[in-house]
Design a protein around this ligand. Structure first.
Ligand SMILES: [Zn+2]
Ligand SMILES: [Zn+2]
Length: 144
């Protein structure tokens, strides 16, 4: 069994150490146990699969393997949150004006069709022409 911290020397001690404020049980070699106990070297989180360190992860902002997602879960979550916050203002910035309400155009067309019928009945061809023109414009908008 190799030391869980350095992965180089054989583990001799099992001890509870603090990793980012969370107590975890680790099997450590004599050197690491001493370093951790004395606080001489800070405990560095390291992925046991790809050897990615917390420091490297913060620089690259990319997980090295799937195990990293478990080891650096909190760090990755923090990064994702920061990233999303920085891009929040891009979401929902499309002006409402660009969203043509098709239903309203439909409604207007039906109303205009009624008016057109009326105008023709009254032999008001000038008005009928105006209504027809408006209807064509509205249909163009609906298709766009
Ligand atoms: Zn060690
Ligand atoms: Zn990894």
């Amino acid at each position: 069994m190799l030391c869980e911290r350095c992965k180089r020397r054989p583990a001799v001690n099992e001890m509870v150490i603090n990793e980012d404020g969370v107590p975890v049980t680790r099997k450590l070699c004599r050197t690491c146990a001493f370093e951790v106990m004395t606080g001489y070297v800070p405990v560095v989180k390291r992925c046991p699969t790809c050897q990615m360190t917390q420091h490297a992860l913060r620089q690259t902002r990319k997980a090295g393997c799937t195990t990293c997602y478990t080891v650096f879960r909190d760090d990755l979550l923090k990064m994702t949150r920061q990233y999303q916050q920085g891009h929040d203002h891009h979401v929902g910035s499309i002006p409402n004006l660009l969203r043509t309400p098709d239903e309203r155009i439909e409604e207007r067309l039906v109303k205009l069709a009624g008016e057109l019928e009326q105008a023709v009945e009254q032999e008001d061809y000038e008005r009928a022409a105006r209504i027809k023109k408006e209807m064509i414009q509205l249909k163009g908008q609906g298709e766009a």
